[in-house]
Ligand binder design. Structure first.
Ligand code: AHR
Length: 507
């Protein structure tokens, strides 16, 4: 297959949104406990935070991290997670049938986020709680002092307010599985009233309303319309969540490799709905999307069904949806990152879900090692090298057929251009499972560029597309130099191995 890309300096989408490369830490399975926090681990710091996981988190570098859920937040009393550890209650955690010890809570999360150097993004419980508890949490977190709750924070040892700007008004309230699930009207009213009251406590907050849990929800579209009609003036962003997996059957792999087309359509449709509400309501501001859960997730595996059926044992930090990602999954994650970049004019926030162990970028074993999953590589590279303006890439060439999403380019591409450093970054995925793809692009518009670096994620000798990283081979799947990338008279040419993802940097 062959693909030609057209790029030009003036054909831009938007500046790279700084919050596009976020992640998510939920009190779910082993994301918090034995993930980021494990006081008995040999590498734990004085606060019980795992320094090995902290180091890997800094390397992959999420720019924002959402917390504490997820489905978890819809039954959570934030007061359980503050104050002296010995006095915190153990609770039945209903969303994931776990025992929550509350050893880790708001203060610990804010400290961890500070050590990582990431922005915290908090969610409030609009499942079992409402306006008052959301305002109480905000007062505890952000008010400097001199009131009952801000002084309580100070008494708990945190003199300075946390200054959390970004707040989610609940989680997936459209989902019948959600504790406190609501209709669009019920939720839209509650989100509007909660947001309005939160802004009275702290006018500087940015608010995210819950959109749809997936594009395939029966209420998709209507949910966004009704929620935004109630809450348009109060909120800044509306959320979107999407998880993809390779299904069994003759079309499974081809569909999976094309699933970024679903993410593209999801964003376009939420934008169309939000803009229709803007026009009808004579609003002036523009709502942006917080794509605050996205990833590959094999929903049919790894214990999710026992939890849903209520047949699993109640346990502290059980192993839940600890998906082990393959090379194929990493290539798909690369295409999902491209989709987010392509929509950077309207997607302001992106949170890959989740950071560690639970459908994680990272894995860690209790008392043992921590390592990067395959999917961490495209995430880290795009986060590092997507700089400046996102370019509107036009591609011409061979197509990849899929049953579920129609045909998409064999080579999926996105690009950024940074005028200050005069650097161009290309992020490309070859969807062809058994053929090398050639890629060409005309770069004359960018002046004289040379190749600074080119790295590829592909099967090495003796590996196949199912290869994974694990405790015995934490670097089995890693980036390697992509040889043979040339720029001749402004014409870029390279060859992408079958089923691969690559980053090419020019300057
Ligand atoms: O990320 C795992 C779960 O997926 C979250 O708790 C929920 O919001 C979504 O359904």
């Amino acid at each position: 297959p062959a693909t030609h890309l057209s790029l030009a300096r003036d054909f831009t989408v938007a500046p790279v949104p700084p919050r596009l490369f976020g992640s998510f830490v939920e009190h779910m399975g082993r994301c918090v406990y034995t993930g980021i926090y494990e006081p008995d681990h040999p590498k734990a710091d004085v606060h019980g935070l795992r320094s090995d996981v902290l180091d890997l988190t800094r390397e992959v570098g999420p720019t924002v991290v959402r917390y504490p859920g997820g489905n978890f937040v819809s039954g959570y009393d934030w007061e359980d997670g503050v104050g002296p550890r010995g006095e915190r209650p153990r609770r039945l955690e209903r969303a994931w049938r776990s025992i929550e010890t509350n050893e880790f809570g708001l203060s610990e999360f804010v400290r961890w986020a500070d050590l990582v150097g990431t922005e915290p993004m908090m969610a409030v419980n609009l499942g079992t709680r409402g306006v008052q508890e959301a305002c109480d949490l905000l007062e505890y977190a952000n008010h400097p002092g001199g009131t009952r709750l801000s002084d309580l924070r100070r008494a708990h040892g945190d003199t300075d307010p946390y200054g959390v700007r970004l707040w989610c008004l609940g989680n997936e309230m459209d989902g019948p599985w959600q504790v406190g699930h609501k209709t669009a009207h019920e939720y839209g009213r509650l989100a509007a009233e909660t947001g309005r009251a939160m802004r009275l406590v702290d006018p500087s907050v940015e608010l995210v309303a819950c959109g749809s849990s997936s594009r395939s929800m029966p209420t998709f579209g209507e949910w966004e319309r009704v929620v935004l009609e109630e809450a348009y003036d109060v909120v800044d962003h509306i959320s979107a969540h999407a998880y993809y997996e390779e299904h069994e059957g003759p079309h499974g792999l081809a569909d999976f490799l094309a699933c970024a087309a679903d993410m593209d359509a999801f964003v376009d449709e939420v934008v169309a709905t939000a803009d229709a509400v803007r026009a009808r309501g004579r609003h002036s501001k523009t709502i942006t999307i917080s794509f605050d859960e996205w990833n590959v997730w094999y929903q049919s595996r790894y214990r999710a069904s026992e939890i849903a059926a209520g047949t699993s044992e109640w346990a502290v930090a059980p192993r839940v949806i600890e998906d082990e990602y393959s090379l194929t999954d990493a290539v798909v994650v690369g295409t999902l990152l491209n989709s987010l970049l392509r929509h950077s004019d309207r997607v302001a926030i992106g949170c890959q879900a989740q950071l560690v162990n639970v459908i994680g970028l990272l894995r860690s074993e209790p008392g043992g090692a921590a390592w990067k999953q395959t999917i961490a590589h495209p995430f880290e590279q795009v986060r590092r090298h997507a700089v400046g303006e996102v370019l509107a890439v036009r591609s011409r060439g061979d197509r990849h057929e899929s049953d579920a999403y129609g045909d998409v380019p064999v080579v999926d591409a996105s690009a950024t251009w940074d005028e200050d450093s005069r650097s161009l970054s290309l992020f490309v995925a070859n969807r062809s499972v058994d053929e090398t793809s050639t890629l060409t692009a005309d770069l004359l518009d960018f002046g004289s560029l040379r190749v600074v670096d080119a790295q590829v994620l592909a099967a090495e000798e003796g590996q196949d597309r199912h290869v994974r990283n694990d405790a015995t081979g934490p670097e089995r799947v890693r980036l390697r130099r992509l040889a043979g990338v040339t720029v001749d008279g402004g014409a870029l040419a390279l060859r992408l191995p079958p089923l691969s993802w690559a980053v090419v940097r020019l300057g």
